[in-house]
Design a protein around this ligand. Sequence first.
Ligand code: NAP
Length: 247
Amino acid sequence: MNLGGKVAVVTGASRGIGRSVAVTLAELDAHVVVNYAGSADAAEETAALVRGFGVQALVIQADVSDQEQVNNMMQKVLQEFGRIDILVNNAGITRDNLLPRMREQDWDAVMNTNLKGAYHCAKAVLRPMLKARRGRIINISSVVALAGNSGQSNYAAAKAGLIGFTKSLAKEFGSRNITVNAVAPGYIATDMTADLSDESKAQLLSTVPLGRLGVPEDVAAAVAFLAGERAGYITGHVIVVDGGMAM
Ligand code: NAP
């Protein structure tokens, strides 16, 4: 599982699942680029945790929905490290509402961050990965992509789109030793899910065979596996990390 010397870019690494992924990859000896949108202090906290494992952390503010900002970020990474081995497309937002009340701007915001953001980042890292003839791209989808969810048609569409994107890239770049996989978390306790009422949480919990809600580390473990050498023959796959909720 050792990722010694590898460079990983984790989008949305200031908080939640992204922070846990950054820390887990650092624990495995990867240098980590901590991307964030607005939470500079939280991103610095993630970076401090990363550096605690004796590896380098580079904090970069960039909105993944903006191709130019993403290109500038990847340029900086290449200037600093000269390589990008692992990309984790984790940055994501929700703008929930039933469809009749869903504003076009909420549809667009979710698409532009969750789906187009992954397109921007993957496009920007492919050149160095193709040159190196190796790479790992891991897209954070959701079980909502597989099962749908009332009030989340924008989010489900974006996350399902990510799965099609994952499989297509896996086919395009498999011959260049670049693997592309997705992780689909179930309910994970982060800021994104903090607003759920206790009643909704109890209802969700009753659908989880493993009898507990997920934590970011559950997702990070799957990402770390896919990022490692031992997952070298796995591509185009979706690992569901949901305690059995969506089967
Ligand atoms: P979170 O706690 O809300 O954190 C979201 C992260 O994404 C933050 O670091 C945020 O940066 C970053 N971000 C948001 N918009 C961005 C943008 N335009 N450009 C760059 N970074 C941006 O969310 P989370 O629960 O950890 O979720 C992480 C991923 O897992 C998301 O893709 C989410 O859809 C997915 N997921 C989560 C769950 C769950 O139950 N929590 C389940 C399934 C899938 P700032 O801090 O700077 O705002």
